[in-house]
Design a protein around this ligand. Structure first.
Ligand code: AMP
Ligand code: MG
Length: 415
């Protein structure tokens, strides 16, 4: 007799997984390796940026009061008493009607309070060098001030943030040669199914290439974790059980694809039982991927994703990705959502919530969403152009083009 399973609402299922609270760990990596990793600590400023008032242009530093009243008719001549490039400091004291030639980034001499740009002066010389200024230069002009970029003590980047090139610049500014980042969780992957051929095997009658494992490994990497591939398993109970048991030693999460339904060769329910794992749920009120099964064992999570490629993809994004992100210290682990206008009809009502692989386009500020291919869970090609999942909540009615719906935005698929 076919086992009857009680479907759980998607939100409840996500909640159950997130309640498992897998701990993240910290490690240090060289700043060279830090981009795209997730910060394991808040970053605060331990000094001002800039640390000193400096010239924002190539020009001449002076005392603004010397230029008071200066104009075309009343030009001011200043004697150039020193020259400094960026990185150098003038040791001279600058007196009345004196100036220091200064390059962008150089520290403002202590007696000066402003800079006039090179293009605004006329240079001359006899045995000394001079400049002539023909308009008043106000205090603070053409400077970049101590602390104007970042003040000492300022909160800069939150723990759990994905490091981008701008954050790398900041880390370098504050001397982080070694950067505290979340250790990448290790996620084991098995593809199950006697029909599967590996990517490098020739095609055979009745067999298909294993695409799920490679897709899931790419999703794992995109989520910020490390994928550990254990290969494919034929639908054989003992062998599969032994292989899965052995794999658990060195990983945080195990993902399998296939074998979670109620068919003759769907062995995952028996394997979970034999492993002594606690099944959190084995039926979700969603399409595709209603058979997605998640179990926990000794503080690890076992994700039994559907073998159907689209279902497998959606199952990973909804359930595995957020828990991986919490292990990377993110406090916003879920994919972002937006409202959008549906561009296609979905006339058939479905009791389960549907996640339609979709392409969104922004036209004059309005986001439109339509299917990115055939909407069947076995379809792989609808994933090529998908940049979102359109959420159609279950109920008695279908949906019509023009209706406002929620879309889940897939990461990194917008350019
Ligand atoms: P299952 O969940 O094992 O019943 O598999 C459902 C469907 O997905 C079947 O048509 C399988 O052949 C197919 N399938 C299972 N595993 C994979 C895989 N790794 N790559 C591509 N298709 C798969
Ligand atoms: Mg199978």
């Amino acid at each position: 007799m076919v086992e009857r399973r009680t479907p759980l609402a998607v939100e409840k299922a996500i909640e159950k997984v997130m309640d498992c609270k897998l701990e993240g760990k910290k490690e240090y990596v060289s700043i060279f390796e830090s981009c795209d990793r997730f910060l394991a600590e808040d970053i605060k400023a331990d000094h001002d940026i800039p640390r000193f008032d400096r010239s924002a242009y190539d020009g001449y530093a002076l005392r603004s009061k010397d230029s008071a009243g200066c104009s075309e008719d009343n030009p001011l001549q200043l004697e150039v008493i020193d020259e400094i490039g960026a990185g150098y400091v003038s040791g001279k004291s600058v007196g009345k009607n004196e100036t220091v030639r200064i390059m962008t980034g150089a520290m403002l001499p202590k007696d000066c309070d402003t800079v006039v740009m090179l293009e605004d002066v006329v240079e001359s010389s006899d045995d000394k060098s001079y400049i002539t200024v023909t308009k008043q230069v106000h205090k603070g002009e053409n400077l970049s001030f101590k602390g104007e970029d970042v003040k000492e003590g300022a909160f800069l980047v939150k723990k759990g943030t994905k490091i981008n090139p701008g954050i790398v610049a900041l880390l370098a500014t504050f001397g982080y040669e070694q950067v505290p980042v979340a250790k990448k969780p290790r996620i084991g992957v098995f593809a199950t199914g006697s029909e599967l051929l590996e990517v490098d095997e020739g095609l055979e009658e009745g067999k298909i290439r294993n695409s799920n494992a490679y897709m899931v490994m790419a999703q794992i990497k995109q989520a910020g974790a490390e994928a550990v591939y254990f290969g494919k398993l034929a639908d054989m109970l003992e062998e599969s059980y032994e292989a899965m048991k052995a794999s658990l030693a060195d990983i945080d999460i195990l993902i399998t694809t296939g074998g979670v339904s109620v068919g003759d060769f769907d062995l995952l329910p028996y394997i979970y039982e034999k492993l002594g794992a606690e099944v959190l749920f084995n039926k979700i009120a969603m399409r595709p991927g209603s058979v997605t099964t998640i179990a926990s064992l000794d503080g690890k999570l076992l994700f039994g994703l559907s073998g159907n490629p689209s279902a497998c993809f959606v199952g990973f994004e909804l359930f595995a990705r957020p828990i991986i992100r919490t292990m990377l210290f993110s406090d916003e682990p879920h994919l972002k959502t937006s409202s959008a206008i549906l561009t296609a009809d979905f006339p058939t009502a479905n009791a389960f919530t549907r996640f339609i692989r979709s392409r969104t386009v922004l036209e004059e500020g309005i986001l439109f969403a339509g299917p990115s291919g055939t909407d069947k869970s076995s379809i792989v090609s609808s994933l090529i152009n998908a940049n979102a999942l359109t959420v159609l909540p279950g109920g008695k009615n279908g949906y019509k083009a023009g209706e406002r719906v929620q879309v889940i935005l897939l990461e990194g698929n917008f350019n």
